[in-house]
Design a protein around this ligand. Structure first.
Ligand SMILES: N=CN[C@@H](CCC(=O)O)C(=O)O
Ligand SMILES: [Zn+2]
Length: 411
């Protein structure tokens, strides 16, 4: 099956030579071809270039893209999209002045979502989650990471991971699964040490045996899990073949970034609070810093200092953190806008952060995130717009008109 996209006003994120990720000054470079074509065969990109070199063969399908941009779909490397119910009531509490911490202390927060999820059947959890998955696909997301972490018991954590597995089987969007058993301390445990023992000894072996996760994650934060807890968990995860990706420096900075680096985390995520030594620790490593501007927007906490980090030569990925408590939106278009507006990064930097660097943060850079021959044709076509800068500029709107996953038109 061959499909040709013709008369593309501008083909974005074109990389003849594959790159793993871009960092520092290179983030400001977004290679494009104006008046372009893209050829897709059997779901993969087989050719692209300027229209004057477009092959004249007869293809099964020709798509005229006049006036529109074509680009890789968003790569959302940090979500908690599988959850039950919502936390709308806490939203109102926060409007009235309560902090994230106040709400958690009142019995809300992650433990509240865990209770709801424990009481929800696997089928119902799947049905609620698939609605959100379908919605983010219409918004242009073509690869996504989804975490457990609202189970907090063996049965409920496994239920979440099985739901992620089922979503993976039933949808064309690329999905990576993360085991976040250490997301919060359940009331039935007196201390984090004994809960970490339970996560490592009782849940993790089954997760690994049933191949339910690619990554292991932990909420390394004051009032949640310490650096010591984090290191124990990452050590064990690594033994089971789970690659570390951690929640760190959301509210406080106390050495979690260094723990992530020590265990070769694929990504360190949140980073709203960054000390110089945290930036230094990430330099010259293979660990991707991931910013979640939707969470900063929703909670009213600082934004990750992305401008400083990029100026200091670091790479950056952007993700939604889609979850019921701190970021109830999976809209990558908004995330890209918010990053430009609030973190002062350019559209080129934001698009790199939300495509190739997001793909890297999910170990998917060989197959997604750029227009490169051989990669899957996960691409999206915009509305008629004058320049790609209009995507972040027109915040709160959606310029994504059609979405193709592995060459199939989904939207
Ligand atoms: N910070 C930790 N976990 C989620 C929020 C969880 C929740 O509030 O339900 C996050 O990434 O923001
Ligand atoms: Zn998160």
């Amino acid at each position: 099956m061959a499909v040709v996209f013709k008369n593309i006003k501008e083909l974005l994120q074109v990389r003849n030579e594959p790159v793993q990720f871009v960092s520092g000054k290179d983030m400001a470079v977004l290679p494009t071809i104006k008046n372009a074509f893209l050829l897709v065969e059997n779901g993969r990109i087989s050719d692209f270039g300027a229209m004057h070199s477009c092959p004249t063969d007869k293809f099964e399908e020709t798509i005229d893209c006049t006036g529109r941009m074509l680009m890789p779909t968003w790569c959302d490397s940090h979500t908690h999209l599988v959850y039950a119910g919502n936390r709308e009531s806490e939203f109102v509490d926060r409007i009235k002045g309560l902090s994230y911490e106040d709400i958690a202390n009142k019995g809300g927060g992650i433990l509240n979502s865990a209770k709801t999820l424990q009481d929800t059947s696997e089928e119902e959890l799947y049905n609620q989650s698939k609605v959100r998955l379908e919605q983010v696909i219409t918004l242009g997301t073509g690869a996504i990471e989804i975490k457990s972490g609202y189970g907090l018991t063996k049965a409920a954590e496994l239920k979440m991971l099985r739901v992620i597995k089922k979503l993976k089987e039933n949808y064309l969007i690329e999905i990576k699964a993360t085991f976040l058993g250490a997301h919060a301390l359940p009331k039935s445990f007196n201390n984090t040490e004994s809960y970490i023992d339970y996560v490592i000894n009782d849940i993790m072996p089954v997760v690994a045996k049933e191949q339910l996760a690619d990554y292991v994650d932990v909420f390394c934060e004051t009032g949640y899990f310490s650096v010591r807890d984090t290191e124990r968990l990452l050590e064990a995860g690594t033994q089971y073949g789970l690659i570390p990706k951690i929640h760190v420096n959301q509210f406080t900075a106390f050495g979690g970034v260094q723990a992530g680096i020590k265990y070769n985390a694929l990504s360190v995520d949140h980073l709203e609070e960054m000390r110089n030594e945290d930036i230094e620790a990430i330099k010259n490593t293979k660990t991707m810093p991931v910013a979640l501007p939707g969470c900063s927007f929703f909670l009213g906490i600082p934004y990750t200092p992305a401008r400083t980090m990029i100026d200091q030569g670091l790479p950056l990925a952007l993700a939604t953190d889609y979850n019921p408590g701190s970021s109830p939106s999976g809209n990558m278009n908004f995330v890209v806008s918010a990053a430009c507006i609030k973190m002062k990064i350019t559209p080129e930097e934001a698009i790199n952060a939300a495509t190739i660097n997001g793909a890297y943060a999910m170990g998917l850079e060989d197959n997604f995130g750029t227009i490169t021959k051989g990669k899957w044709a996960n691409v999206m076509l915009t509305t008629p717009i004058n320049s790609y800068g209009f995507i972040p500029y027109a915040f709160g709107e959606n310029q994504i008109e059609h979405v193709y996953l592995k060459g199939n038109k989904i939207v």
